[in-house]
Design a protein around this ligand. Sequence first.
Ligand code: HEM
Length: 739
Amino acid sequence: MSARENNAPQAPGVPGTGEPTIEEPTAPRQPLPPKPDQGAPERVTPTGAPTDAPMSAMAQQGEYLTTAHGARLTNSDQSLKAGARGPVLLQDHHFREKISHFDHERIPERVVHARGAGAHGTFRGYGSATKLSRAGLFAKDKETPVFVRFSTVLGSRGSGDLARDTRGFATKFYTDEGTWDLVGNNIPVFFIQDAIKFPDVIHAGKPHPDREIPQAQSAHDTFWDFVSLHTEAQHHTIWNMSDRGIPRSFRTMEGFGVHTFRLVAADGSTVLVKFHWKPRLGVHSVAWEEAQLINGADPDFHRRDLADAIEAGAFPQWELGVQVFEDNEEQSFQGIDLLDPTKIVPEELVPVQPVGLMTLDRNPSNYFAETEQVAFNPNNLVPGIDVTNDPLLQGRLFSYLDTQITRLGGPNWNQLPINRPHAAVNDMLRDGYHQSAVHSGVAPYRPNSLDGGNPFETPESEHAFVDYPAPVAESVKERARPQSFDDHFSQVRMFWLSLSEVEREHTAQAYAFELGKCWDETIRTRQLRHLFAIDPALGHAVAQGLGLPDQEPTVPPAQDVQPSPALSQVGSTWPVDGRQVGILVGPDTDTEQLTTLVSRINAADMVPLVIAPQGGEVAPGVVAHRTLLTARSIEFDAVVVATAGAPAHQVAAGMDAKAGAPSPGDVDPRVSLLVNEMWRHAKAIVAVGPGATALQTLQIAQTPGVVAADSAEDALSTVTELLGSHRVWERFPTTGMLA
Ligand code: HEM
């Protein structure tokens, strides 16, 4: 007779359903069932719907207002009082529950990357990486669900989207083998080489600690003080000062894993790789004046653009690609140290090989539950993808888990719906704040016999993650960095030399703007010296902008630097999906032509936005999406002018400041302002019908990228062609100083 049978039923307290054995169990087996006396909460969502209920029932269900425990309520407008004029009673549970929950509605924002927008989608493997990595998600046509969060770094949660800043590009792959997080940025290099400097660069970039200004920007003394002293930041900084710092859309950003990672194949062979996301729509940015206007007129510009594009069916897509390097002892490529996160390897030297396609096709249902509570972590790796010794990456491996314990209120944030893995979890982690798993069994320890030894260690053949046994060179314990990390300028010069003239002018202007906002002349001068080290023409242009004398370079500009054309965003053409085309209309607009134009723009997967003097229907079935009061040029990638733009009777400067803007001839000042801004920002401007008169009056008719079309069809094909290259680049004025 076994001990259990002997004890039953006289002695309650049987520890589990497993029959312990003398020897440690070694044969893998499923978890044991709970004991017969044990129950568990029904498998329902936090709001009581069965877990297999449709999505729509997952959050709220039923037609009546209830307490958080499902008791129906008769009155949520009056608190329970001792008489109509009496004091409120402690007994009012509904009042206390409602107020207490409200009191706790906010959680701390992320210490960096606080402002973000997210979307769900799918990653489909091409099969091209299966020889390099055994990760199942790379298999041909394998589909893996993903959630992506794009973000800015410096601003707080409510800051404007168009800050000149780095953008986060973090992707959670819910693979069958566990969750893989590729937590990257839209800039391929980082400010620092060692994670121990992260608090320094962030403290310098965040608002000054005394007055807490300026919000969400690097144009201030502490930022430039740090990056001019800590010169390894110069490479990242020039990317920020270029147009890459102000993207047109998340959909037109590249993404980068930044660090070098290691892929491990089924046969155990390894390669080193750098990850790249290539947007199908190409890389595209706004002009600095546009960015400033956007932050005032539509601070949600980027998150709106992402959500609208998905809602409209213009699903954003990126190809994931890898640059592949031999995994040798030096871990360098042609003198570029692959462990130095302030360096890139030019794509002309090592092309990016596509390994899969990501499509974002669903918006979150609830911002807080998904986009705010999602927690990325570079530690989340799957078999076949491993880390390297990049000292920045090594530090990140500690920081994310640590910060999320505070931000998400305890150690169980991985159980939040957006963070739950899609692979089976059997982790022996127990209890803690907000535990929502109801664990059975009595032996969350290893080895055990009471739970039959479950869970077991996994053999490598069963999709186990095995830390790659990378050799560690004989060494001493020291705080040091390799000498190969010492060159802080030659790749900055490479980036500069790779830009077109227009892009260089924008970059020089950005430096002049940002340094011009620094109060301290020493800091401006110190940074100027670095600009002379990057390129004397850049240094001189910025010095002129600041009204400071030319400086001696910190180091002589690097010789024999080859440009990398892939770093410029000018010179190619891309699809126009999801681009916004404004159509300016008035009483003189041909309504038939307008109806055709709207339907053709829609059919071309772009978004037509009709702008009229006032709201309401402007043609049969066509309503005004914007009025001259609500429209601003920044919303439109191109504009079709279908009216001569005579001043509308609604013009009243007191009610619409734009109506007070100067305007030539007989054109409504708001039309004039909109078209002129679009002209200045080098956007396509096309006239149909009476629109040609407006462009004549505004004296822009004969300039590049301003076209009078004969018909709606002609207007559409002109817009499509001009938008393909993103901007009418030749219209940006340049000085010739930086050619
Ligand atoms: C290549 C360098 C880096 C990249 C590409 C990067 C990228 C990102 C991204 C994309 C996010 C936002 C994730 C989200 O959307 O929730 C993030 C958050 C964060 N990063 Fe980094 N980061 C880098 C370096 C570092 C370093 C060196 C540290 C610290 C040593 C660090 C600490 C953090 C922290 C604490 C958060 C907030 C996480 C949270 O609250 O959930 N990062 N990072």
